[in-house]
Design a binder for this molecule. Structure first.
Ligand code: NDP
Length: 481
């Protein structure tokens, strides 16, 4: 632990805050990961002004310059993934292996957009008017406000910051107050990458003050946000007031369908990792497991066997499969949902209890409910913890109907050996990402990510499709003579 205060990064300078954020390890509350300078509205305004001033030059910067910077940031993240992954695991609670994996993936986002920068092709087309040429090309937007959640503190920041600066924008990043450590490390790496001052700014502070200032500013051209539906709606309303572009990634209630013909090992493996890894704190987690009646009992029996072997532990304990819940508030919310589920008549077959381990932290055993139906509150609302609910159905058609009957639509999955059902599910599942014989969680970085309904709003993130959000199209007409 260090007593040094990690500062905000505004216009290429490290700036003190008006208060201090204490970053506590949820696996061991006696461990302070670090102290972070808490920014206020004025700091946020200064960051927005710095980004605005830097935009003119950065938007015209050479593509090679952008590529070099992005490659450098990505390379350092990858080279230091073990060391940074440990800090990430300490501040968020996910296991060390998950923390290291997240940091390495974050580096890949920067390297991917380092290459993508050189592929920003426009279009040339003939006009409907003889002798006129038409060009369609993309320009940077301006200043982008980036608001990130606590569950993937490095990856979400990276998959937003990397394309934003790759396409010539300037950014102000506001990470979740609970986990400023990863964002600060990213800022530190960026500060040494050769990126001109003001292009990237970090303000660590509360959503209510700093987030609100950022998202209501008339000097930003777009906001990209990941978090709860409630805050997402508020951000969208505010953004529209200023005609700012908005991209929201929010809640989910992802379904994993297990059909009678499923390979049982694959089904159990996908259900366990999809529902419980990352302590279930993933927007892609499988929280509803829809199981066809013919395989139901065997699936439950194999699932509980697999769950009995899961080790819940301090994020840094070798061999732990599931780390800590992020904080007391989230743990209480999870445990409240356990009680709600019981009161609704769901049957708890395993887990769902607060655990006391060697270190004092926020641990719970992964929970499995059976005999649930899709109208229960636990199957309608996002819980965001290691809790999975099984819904038994009679056939594939019913499974599809239940899977689609949700206010959310981020990911969905099906475990089957039938090409007919897999193909039908891919075509008819009302979600943004569909997985066949794979967990609902776990996506690639070079293809679009996003959902439907209350899960997502606005253009897709990641892959080439990210350019639709981070650039604005211009259509030029010219008559050469
Ligand atoms: P929030 O939506 O409150 O937080 C996400 C981010 O938004 C944080 O940086 C937060 O700041 C910021 N924020 C909060 N209020 C505002 C505002 N008015 N204007 C701008 N930014 C704001 O989510 P929580 O962290 O409170 O989590 C609550 C629930 O949201 C979880 O239980 C889960 O269900 C869901 N969630 C879903 C995620 C997903 O990936 N789908 C990710 C995280 C949460 P601050 O640091 O102050 O919190």
């Amino acid at each position: 632990m260090t007593n040094d205060i990690h500062l905000n990064y505004i216009n290429g300078e490290w700036k003190e805050g008006y208060d201090t954020i204490e970053n506590i390890n949820p696996s061991d509350v006696s461990d302070v990961v670090g102290f972070y300078a808490k920014a206020n509205s004025a700091d946020c305004e200064a960051a927005i002004q710095a980004a605005s001033s830097a935009f003119s030059d950065w938007s015209q910067s050479a593509l090679e310059q952008r590529k070099t910077v992005l490659d450098k940031i990505g390379a350092e993240l990858i080279a230091r993934s073990s060391e940074i992954g440990e800090i990430l695991a300490r501040e968020e609670g996910k296991t060390l292996a998950e923390g290291i994996g997240e940091v390495a993936r974050s580096g890949q986002f920067f390297q991917y957009y380092g290459a993508e920068v050189l592929r920003l092709m426009g279009e040339n087309t003939a006009s409907v008017r003889p002798g006129v040429d038409v060009e369609v090309h993309r320009e940077p937007l301006g200043v982008i406000g980036i608001v990130t959640p606590w569950n993937f503190p490095m990856a979400v920041a990276s998959w937003k910051v990397a394309p934003a600066i790759a396409y010539g924008n300037c950014v102000v990043l506001k990470p979740a107050e609970l986990v400023p450590g990863s964002a600060w490390i990213l800022a530190d790496i960026i500060s040494r990458s050769g990126l001109p001052n003001g292009v990237f700014n970090l303000v660590m502070g509360s959503g209510r003050e700093v987030g609100e200032t950022l998202c209501t500013s008339s000097d930003i051209q777009a906001v990209t946000f990941t978090g709860s539906v409630e805050v997402g709606r508020r951000i969208a309303r505010n953004a529209i007031e200023n005609m700012a572009r908005v991209q929201l990634e929010m809640g989910s209630k992802n379904a994993l369908v297990v059909l009678n013909d499923a390979d049982i090992d694959t089904a159990v493996q996908c259900a366990v990792s999809g529902a419980f890894f990352g302590t279930g704190q993933k927007c892609t987690a499988s929280s509803r497991i829809i199981v066809e009646s013919g395989i139901h009992d065997e699936f439950i029996s194999r699932m509980t066997d697999a769950m009995a072997n899961l080790v819940v532990g301090n994020a840094l304990t070798p061999g732990a499969h599931i780390g800590a819940v992020v904080d007391e508030r989230q743990l209480k919310q999870n445990l409240d949902y356990i009680e709600i589920a019981k009161s609704e008549g769901a049957e708890l077959v395993m887990g769902g209890e607060r655990l006391s381990l060697q270190t004092e932290g926020f641990f719970m055993s992964p929970a499995l409910f059976i005999n649930t139906n899709n109208q229960m509150q636990i199957n309608r609302e996002e819980i965001f913890g290691p809790i999975a609910c099984v819904i038994k159905v009679d056939n594939y058609e019913q499974a599809l109907e239940v899977s689609n009957d949700s206010d959310f639509g981020l990911t969905s999955g099906i475990i089957t050996e039938s090409l007919k059902f897999a193909s039908h599910f891919k075509r008819n599942s009302k979600s943004g990402c569909v997985m066949v014989n794979l967990p609902t969680a776990g996506t690639d970085y070079h293809v679009p990510f996003g959902g439907r309904k209350a899960s997502s709003y606005g253009p897709r993130e990641q892959g080439q499709y990210a350019r639709d959000f981070y650039t604005i199209i211009k259509t030029n007409y010219s008559k050469p003579y």
